[in-house]
Write a protein that binds this ligand. Structure first.
Ligand SMILES: [Zn+2]
Length: 328
């Protein structure tokens, strides 16, 4: 079946976007599907299947407003500077509404957002989307339950990402229940295919991620859930940094954590720590504060230079002062 053919298929759903036409055209209650030379029956079957399941997940206008509101909030909370960050929502099985590149997310207008297909073809929008959208699309392909992705550079979470310090577990009840484990994904050059795929080994089991030497990503069933998870993540990192100024943070004990993970399970979130019985609940263990500062070679108090250099200097000054006193 390789000739030019026109097939009419009963239209099953109302499409969210008027631009949802290529390579189809909308004709009343029918979708006119033009199969060009080179097309195959498999091609038609794939499109028939997509027609049947392409009910919109969300109202497109409401989602345009939602992404602009989230843009204002991430900008106000200083999760982004300049044109940083990108977020998206999955409008239907094959349509993703995404923020444009080179626009401050604090000043975005609904008409500036773009629509792309799940395989990355932009079908509408006055500006191109960011190359980092590949990561969003990879997440949507791997996790059909995910309907929104938020990627920003919140300072407290990014501080952990650039020091490459794994986030401690079993410290705050809200974080255990709402976020669970938060992995740190390997560094890859932003915007590349390798960058898009770096998160995939972790995406099945987690909803919040630190990107090594880059920033953070959260996912959710709608844009607000993904955004709130980002707030919880950065707040947690901020509290950890503040706590490090006062003393060691303390972990909850085994029973306390199990009861939190059971609440998490009741809320419908999967947590591998309950499934894999021999897996320690709270590893990696939280290093003592002094050891953790030495690990990074720098003090969280902002004292520049490796700690051992300061200690050597203080020892040398003390030795010389004592020697002078003895002489004098
Ligand atoms: Zn980024």
């Amino acid at each position: 079946m390789r000739d030019l053919t026109l097939v009419l298929i009963k239209r099953k759903s109302k499409f969210a976007s008027a631009e949802y036409a290529s390579p189809w055209s909308l004709r009343g209650n029918y979708v006119g599907l033009t199969l060009h030379a080179g097309g195959t029956c498999a091609h038609i079957r794939r499109m028939q299947t997509e027609i049947g399941r392409d009910e919109p997940y969300f109202d497109e206008g409401a989602m345009r407003e939602a992404l602009c509101e989230i843009g204002r909030r991430v900008w106000m909370r200083e999760y982004v500077a300049s044109n940083d960050g990108n977020f998206s929502v999955r409008l239907s099985s094959d349509r993703v509404l995404a923020t444009p590149t080179m626009v401050s997310k604090g000043f975005m207008r609904p008409e500036e957002l773009a629509i792309v297909t799940l395989d990355g073809n932009q079908v509408s929008g006055p500006r191109p989307v960011t190359s980092e959208l590949k990561m969003h699309l990879a997440i949507y392909r791997a996790r059909p339950d995910v309907r929104a992705v938020v990627h920003v550079h919140p300072p407290h979470a990014t501080a952990f990402a650039i020091t490459r310090r794994p986030l401690p577990k079993c410290v705050l009840p809200e974080v255990e229940v709402l976020l669970g484990e938060i992995p740190m994904t390997p560094y890859e050059t932003p915007g590349t295919h390798a960058f898009a795929e770096a998160l995939l080994p972790y995406v099945r089991d987690h909803n919040a991620f630190l990107l090594t030497n880059h920033g953070a990503v959260t996912v959710g069933q709608d844009p607000y859930e993904a955004y709130y998870r980002m707030e919880t993540l950065d707040q947690y990192c901020r509290i950890l940094i503040l706590a490090a100024h006062i003393g060691n943070w303390q972990q909850l004990d085994h029973e306390q954590v199990v009861s939190l993970l059971k609440i998490r399970e009741k809320l419908g979130y999967r947590d591998r720590r309950l499934e894999e019985k021999d897996r320690p609940l709270c590893s990696p263990e939280v290093p003592p504060r002094r050891a953790s500062l030495e690990d990074t070679g720098r003090s969280l108090e902002g004292c520049a230079g490796p700690r051992h250099k300061h200690e050597e200097l203080i020892a040398e000054i003390t030795r010389r002062v004592l020697a002078r006193l003895r002489q004098g």
